[in-house]
Design a protein around this ligand. Sequence first.
Ligand SMILES: [Mg+2]
Length: 323
Amino acid sequence: MKSEFEFIEKIRRYSLSSKIGDDCAVIPKNSKTDLVITADLLVEDIDFRFDWAIPEFLGHKALAVSLSDIAAMGAKPVWSMLSIGIPEKVWKTDFVEKFYEGYFCLAQKFRVELIGGDVSETPDKIVIDSIVGGEALRNKAILRSGAKAGDLIFVTGDLGGAAAGFKLLEAGIQYDSTGKAGLKNLLLKQLQPFPQISHGKFLSENDLATAMIDLSDGLSSDLAHLCHESKVGARIYADQIPLHKNLRLVADSLEEKLDCALNGGEDFELLFTVNPKKNFKFKNELKNKGFSLIGEITANIEIIELISNKKSAVLQPKAFRHF
Ligand SMILES: [Mg+2]
């Protein structure tokens, strides 16, 4: 097996369901509503490091990553199931209590109800399984597969902050509430990401996005996923990519900053495509929300071009991968 994504493709071929391959599975609930469901696994030393993790932030993040998938469908989160496996040595501390504190703090913000889950013991490392269910209007969930050539590509917020936060942690700089604001911003992007539920809802309510995905693996990979599902290509412009304002704290050159934004992952912003006619109509709203237009969809199937200094190069998906 070459990669996590090739494995998923293989499972998809065996599965009788066409529901695999988006941020959430979409299941019809009744004549007006679809149910959207997502699951995320967080494994110690793979998805997080125990010595970097502040338990409240980890509880927040376990829910946030799943809420981000709900946001990517333009849906509203409703309930959650959280399971955790922990070694005895951690069980004896106040880790679990603080972990749930962080979880509930975010759950309350979005009125997400915890309806179940499981707790078990692991021999050595922490494992967390986060499932969130939400609702979308029937056939209105925004899929990855709806982009057409000519659609414009947007991202919410700014990019690269989470990757920069990861670099800081790797360099031994831990989160400290009394620390410098710039460093704290980057560390919080990595440790306590905020899911873009309201942006997703805005795009869905106004029928604006033809396709959408959340930026969990990184722009280069997530745009490749969207192009793959939509059977299209893309052209993006380096100078239009919104870079996190504090990237200079970890990256000297523009190239390094772009690398954080393109390949870093875990920003949990939304990447979406808009029909140019809709863009014309909603230009001011899109701008006022701070969304950045970074390029356009092309008919060049699965080829992503990056235009930088008026030169074009093929952008390879290079995001963080587990395998
Ligand atoms: Mg996702």
